[in-house]
Write a protein of this length. Structure first.
Length: 244
């Protein structure tokens, strides 16, 4: 626990990730593994429709509706609106002028966008569940194919995933200490704890005064590597995904 909190304080001091909508602070924002998936057309001006799994002020992650693969969309401008899991948003991919939006060129799922995400629909039920199941991280592999909770930036490779949908089974326990939100769950026979960026859960815990609670039964986790912070990319839980 102590090392996780120390890491979170380092992250918070390195990146300003207060939500523009709620002001709630958690840990900052920071292809499924070993599966061949269709590639996303990343030409400038192409429009994608993403089923949102996580979003922050300048970044969102979701499933490309057409190809079924995971995408991390980055922008140089703030979005200024709040999204919910499984919103379907439309984004337009940027060109060379937008390349500075990508904080980590080793993220194979990363694209730069030139327009803010715009909600055009919402996807739930069986179709959404099928899309999520197709992306589930293999249970016999370390998270993101790496056993460490943080790796040096120069060791990141673009043939390794930077984000994955994880089904850890129950329970997933959330712990809140000051500005820190952590997610505890079992993976490969060991209890893990990662900083969690899900401000909706942080806000609920703050309003109720809870320092410990369980995530909804059957939830999935969106686990990702952060962009480099002082030379290291950290594993975090970007969002807690209820059953659609």
């Amino acid at each position: 626990m102590t090392s996780a909190i120390a890491t979170d304080r380092l992250l918070i001091s390195s990146m300003d990730r207060t939500s523009p909508c709620s002001g709630t602070v958690t840990a900052p924002d920071y292809r499924p593994v070993l599966k061949e998936m269709p590639r996303v057309n990343v030409e400038s001006g192409v429009t994608l429709h993403l089923v949102l799994l996580a979003a922050d002020s300048r970044h969102c992650a979701g499933i490309d509706v057409e190809s079924g693969t995971l995408v991390r969309a980055w922008a140089t401008f703030p979005f200024g609106v709040r999204f919910s899991p499984y919103d379907v948003v439309e984004v337009t991919l940027g060109g060379d002028d937008d390349a500075d939006a990508l904080p980590d060129p080793a993220q194979p799922e990363a694209v730069a966008i030139q327009t803010p995400p715009e909600v055009v629909d919402r996807l739930t039920g069986r179709r959404c569940e099928r899309m999520l199941k197709a992306l589930l991280h293999p249970k016999d592999r370390p998270l993101l194919n790496n056993p460490s909770t943080a790796i040096p930036f120069w060791e990141r490779r673009d043939d390794h995933p930077s984000i994955a949908v994880v089904d850890p089974g129950d329970p997933v326990v959330l712990v809140r200490q000051g500005s820190y939100l952590g997610a505890r769950f079992e993976w490969q026979g060991h209890v893990r704890e990662l900083p969690c960026l899900d401000r909706s859960f942080a806000g609920e815990m703050d309003r109720s005064g809870m320092q410990r609670t369980r995530a909804p039964k059957g939830c999935r986790l969106l686990v990702a590597f952060t962009p480099p912070i002082e030379g290291r990319c950290h594993k975090v839980v970007e969002s807690i995904l209820p059953r659609p």
